[in-house]
Design a protein around this ligand. Structure first.
Ligand SMILES: [Zn+2]
Length: 251
């Protein structure tokens, strides 16, 4: 049976001299892996090798959780030009694609997340030309929080995840714990050995995301480091692209 969908390629690996195995995040089907036979031949049905972050309409057969689908049609539109000119913007989108691949299951549809991912690619493509690094980082953080919500891992950011005391400027120390799935206060932090400390401004930004648009870059970098800690704990391994978006901060 043939299925038609709209999709972004989030991973592509060589399978043979002439073929690739590609992973698409598709709007209605969710994540699917497919073999693209002959995609590396000069005259392939897919206009050449399939590139990560290309997008367009796909047609495929027989997708299910246990076996590869076969890609039969893909009119790929290549990644936009802006992303090719700004390494941080490109790395941010590649990081988002890696997280999508790791945090979603095969054939589990997430149309809202698909739309948000396409929007992220478009926004960062535009910002790549003129936008400061801070704006790109802000956009990436919002996508990561949306991703966590959409896959059912919404972190607890308004209160201590353990004792439920509201986050406020009275908190003398703030922590984030991946196992508690959220912010943790000073009285509870010792219960969560993997917790990381974060500054008051970073904790209050997470507790009040309406203000994140005004948050300075160094606080956003701190929040990104906390999110990477969280993804690393959640996935059991550090995402490969993490090092490319993380600014090394003096401790
Ligand atoms: Zn607490």
């Amino acid at each position: 049976m043939l299925t038609k969908d709209r999709a972004v390629c989030i991973r592509a690996v060589d399978y043979s001299e002439t073929s690739q195995i590609v992973t698409f995040f598709a709007r209605l089907a969710g994540k699917i892996s497919a073999i693209a036979k002959g995609s590396k031949r000069p005259k392939s049905a897919f206009d050449g090798p399939i590139e990560v972050l290309s997008y367009g309409d796909i047609v495929f057969t027989d997708a299910d959780k246990d076996k590869l689908a076969t890609l039969t049609e893909y009119q790929q539109q290549p990644m936009r030009g802006g992303l090719r000119r700004n390494l941080f913007a490109l790395d941010s989108v590649l990081f988002a694609a890696e997280l999508l691949n790791r945090l979603t299951h095969d054939c589990d549809p997430h149309p809202i997340l698909f739309d948000q991912f396409v929007q992220l690619i478009g926004d960062l493509d535009e910002q790549a030309a003129a936008g400061p690094r801070r704006d790109i980082l802000l956009r990436l953080i919002l996508f990561q929080l949306a991703l966590l919500r959409e896959v059912g891992l919404r972190p607890n950011l308004k209160t201590c995840a353990n004792c439920k005391r509201p986050v406020s400027s009275d908190w003398r120390e703030s922590y984030f714990s991946s196992s508690a799935n959220g912010l943790v206060c000073r009285d509870c932090e010792m219960n969560f050995p993997e917790r990381v400390q974060l500054s008051g401004p970073a904790a209050r930004t997470l507790a009040n995301l309406g203000q994140i648009a005004q948050t300075p870059e160094n606080i956003l970098d701190e929040i990104e480091a906390v999110l990477i800690h969280h993804f690393t704990e959640t996935l059991g391994q550090r995402p490969k692209m993490a090092a490319h978006v993380l600014k090394s901060r003096p401790k």
